[in-house]
Design a protein around this ligand. Structure first.
Ligand code: HEM
Length: 105
């Protein structure tokens, strides 16, 4: 119970979230500045680099890119949002986002 409350507070009072485009994501692909998109959200993965059980090199395979598929292939049981919550930058906006759905912003 306490955990859930704390998490919500952290989420809401953390740094302001902002959208990240595909072009911007691609500019952050070094170990010290490694952004990766997972399931429609962009994360700064550098702080997690040394803690990833699979090692930094595995994470770097998706540096500056959308790692959703690879992540799903390797360990779809891992709770990504719980681990990388504090590293969330904001929603990921791929360049070729479908624009024919007028219900989506
Ligand atoms: C797409 C990029 C990623 C690749 C290629 C990758 C690869 C791997 C590999 C190969 C392992 C197995 C290590 C071993 O057993 O020796 C592993 C474990 C693990 N990774 Fe990743 N990983 C990626 C992204 C992530 C992210 C973003 C997170 C956290 C949100 C994460 C969390 C974990 C955890 C918790 C384990 C241990 C899982 C378990 O033993 O059940 N990984 N990863």
């Amino acid at each position: 119970m306490y955990g859930a409350v704390f998490h919500r507070q952290f989420y809401f009072f953390g740094p302001k979230k902002r959208p990240v485009t595909e072009d911007e994501l691609a500019q952050h692909k070094s170990r010290d500045d490694c952004w990766i998109a997972f399931a429609g959200k962009a994360y700064n993965c550098s702080p997690y680099m040394d803690f990833h059980p699979g090692g930094g090199d595995e994470l770097m395979k998706s540096a500056g890119e959308d790692g959703t598929e690879l992540f799903q292939k390797v360990h779809r049981w891992v709770n990504l949002e719980r681990i990388l919550g504090p590293c969330l930058i904001g929603p990921y906006r791929p360049n070729a986002a479908p624009s024919n759905n007028f219900l989506k912003p």
